[in-house]
Unconditional design. Structure first.
Length: 356
């Protein structure tokens, strides 16, 4: 593990009877040894939305020595219902989420290192963020980015914790390169979902449960208690009172292109990642999914209309959806044109709100 925490007195101030981390240290299965492991660790949190803010705050309060935050978006009013680090002033100022989260976390724990990166995390950006990282935590809103994280984690042998939630549903799984199935192995084998918070809504309690289970796994890993890791994929629905643990060891594929015996890391190549192109002179970004799909345009139009957040029009060839300041035109193959911007990151963020 890396050694990046700020220099500080780690005796009574942290571990003493009423020290900052004393209640954690008193939990004997974790103890002082586990706490010292946290202090030496670096965690990268990709995406600082609902899950990312909860993850980052928990890890900061627990004493992870260095936390790297990466997010492309800014704070909006709709975020305040569940994204716990942000304030009304952040929404008024449209403060970038990574910057706002860093400022708040430094107020919570000034003894650790917090780094903020306002950027759209693709393969190149992720490669540059991984120096010294011991664990990657998933706070993203789309599978395109998750599959990039998965391949990069496999390539560098870095554990990562997958997490997602929508509506009252949540899911989390700890991925250990060389030991467990990777996310690519699980595609099609377990219900990973495809809705987004903007299409299906979300309960903050679902966020909190995913955060709690994911960060508990993080403490086990970073604190040197790997034998306590949950080996199963956890899913639940807080509204329906459902809870399920799924054994997925059999899903590991020897020929998986991401983690098999001859990996090629397909999602780190341009051919298998979502493509975004600025259309010259049109103030428009075109987005093409990594894998072609056939959308039911009538169902898509109906789903967008139910949101009552913008104007929806359709014909047999496309669906047009306007939500100021953007207009999105979606085609049957999943391709979309985002009118009203030439900012690729902003266009991708808008697209993923409705097509996660």
């Amino acid at each position: 593990m890396s050694h990046n925490a700020k220099d500080k007195n780690t005796s009574a101030q942290e571990y003493g009877r009423n020290g900052r981390y004393s209640r954690q240290v008193r939990f004997s299965p974790f103890g002082a040894e586990g706490q010292e492991g946290l202090a030496r660790s670096t965690v990268l949190v990709v995406g600082v939305g609902a899950l990312g803010t909860g993850i980052a705050e928990t890890l900061a309060r627990c004493g992870v020595g260095r936390i790297i935050l990466a997010d492309r978006d800014y704070v909006e009013w709709s975020n305040l219902q569940r994204q716990q680090l942000y304030t009304e002033e952040d929404a008024r100022q449209r403060t970038p989420k990574a910057a706002a989260a860093k400022a708040r976390l430094e107020q919570i724990n000034s003894e650790i290192i917090i780094e903020a990166h306002v950027l759209d995390v693709r393969a190149e950006e992720l490669e540059n963020l991984l120096t010294g990282v011991d664990l990657i935590m998933d706070g993203t809103d789309n599978f395109d980015t998750r599959l990039i994280i998965n391949d990069m984690a496999q390539k560098h042998g870095i554990p990562w914790i997958y997490g997602a939630c929508v509506g009252g549903y949540g899911i989390t799984y700890t991925i250990l390169p060389g030991e467990t199935p990777c996310l690519n192995c699980l595609l099609g084998a377990v219900p990973l979902g495809g809705d987004t918070c903007d299409t299906a809504g979300i309960l903050p309690q679902a966020v909190q449960l995913v955060t709690a289970n994911g960060t508990a796994e993080a403490l086990k890993l970073l604190g040197g208690r790997r034998e306590q890791l949950r080996s199963k994929l956890l899913s639940f629905d807080v509204w329906r009172n459902e809870h399920q643990e799924i054994g997925v060891k059999a899903a590991k594929k020897a020929d998986c292109p991401s983690c098999g015996s001859h990996p090629i890391y397909p999602y780190l190549t341009a051919a298998n990642t979502e493509r975004s192109d600025v259309l010259c002179g049109r103030d428009t970004v075109q987005i093409r999914p990594a894998q072609r799909r056939r959308l039911d345009l009538q169902e898509t139009a109906s789903r967008l209309s139910r949101l009552a957040a913008g104007k929806v029009e359709s014909n047999p060839y496309l669906v047009s959806f306007t939500e100021e300041p953007y207009r999105m035109v979606i085609f049957a193959d999943g391709r979309a044109l985002i009118h009203g911007t030439n900012d690729v990151a902003a266009a991708r963020s808008f697209y993923h709100r409705y097509f996660g």
